[in-house]
Design a protein around this ligand. Structure first.
Ligand SMILES: Cc1ncc(C[n+]2csc(CCOP(=O)(O)OP(=O)(O)O)c2C)c(N)n1
Ligand code: SF4
Ligand SMILES: [Mg+2]
Length: 251
């Protein structure tokens, strides 16, 4: 193997300045998405619709077509693309703030109508790009830039369990929560992302994967502590699991 492309394939790009901070979970998820596209030979027909947030850089590292949607609107833009170009494989790549705060309505309606798109939500429990503010998925007691005394359920409500909101929706074909805190989890996340794309290829309906990741910069922790926090505090609340898998019913 003498070139990166021979080893990794053509989807992952290595010629761009890497914008993610050291230890950022986006780096792992972006690579898993790129590897899935490569493995399923989707590079020529995949379209990424990225949100506003640190994940908005994800398409810089993939050699595929992409569009940056307005904050939170990626699922609506993706539904438009898929409707106009049904042969393309259309997916969104969004943060927890983009998807579960300003963009929750777009997500839920795309899921409820069974839109044949794939949505990836990278949940780092805060608004990373803008300086670590509380997001709907910040955990109880979490200190953020806007919750100096920790998230207080009386003032801020409870952390939002996003896939659980879509469990009862008939149009949802694949629904899972995964994480990247260790190698075993990363391998499970790779499988879930692949299955989510396979659901779209087979036309089974809407597919969604939430991935719990650390944001060391927003948490104001070193990488090791951020992973430890994510493993204990975030995963203490957000339990990885596959909620729905209609691939099993068709295979
Ligand atoms: C309409 C609008 N409102 C607010 C913002 C400011 N803004 C940019 S990114 C962001 C949140 C990003 O958080 P998240 O989606 O969790 O992504 P992360 O950076 O954590 O991966 C916000 C509020 C904006 N760009 N547009
Ligand atoms: S601020 Fe957080 S989410 Fe953004 S690139 Fe840095 S570590 Fe990743
Ligand atoms: Mg976030």
């Amino acid at each position: 193997m003498d070139t990166l492309a021979e080893y990794y394939g053509k989807t992952l790009k290595f010629d761009k300045f890497f914008a993610y901070c050291p230890g950022c979970g986006h780096g792992i998820v972006t690579r898993l998405v790129a590897e899935t596209i490569e493995a399923l030979e989707l590079r020529e027909r995949a379209i990424a619709v990225v949100g506003i947030g640190c994940g908005g850089f994800s398409h810089h590292y993939m050699d595929i077509d992409a569009i940056e949607a307005m904050h939170g609107r990626s699922p609506a833009v993706a539904v438009g693309y898929k409707t106009g170009m049904p042969d393309n494989i259309v997916f969104t790549y969004q943060g927890d703030g983009d998807m579960s705060a300003i963009g929750l309505a777009e997500l839920l309606h795309a899921a409820n109508r069974g839109a044949p798109i794939t949505c990836i939500m990278v949940n780092n429990s805060l608004f990373g790009m803008t300086g670590g503010q509380m997001s709907p998925t910040s955990v109880v007691g979490q200190v953020t830039a806007t919750t100096a005394k920790g998230r207080d359920t009386h003032l801020h409500g409870y952390p939002l369990l996003v896939p659980e909101l879509m469990r009862a929706m008939e149009g949802v074909a694949y629904l899972a929560r995964e994480t990247v805190v260790d190698v075993k989890s990363i391998n499970k996340t790779a499988k879930s992302i692949r299955k989510a794309f396979e659901c779209q290829i087979k036309g089974l309906g809407f597919s969604f994967v939430e991935v719990i990741v650390p944001c060391p910069t927003g948490l104001k922790m070193n990488v090791q502590d951020a992973y430890a926090w994510c493993s204990k505090d975030s995963l203490g609340y957000f339990k990885p699991q596959v909620f729905t898998n209609k691939l099993e019913q068709t295979s």
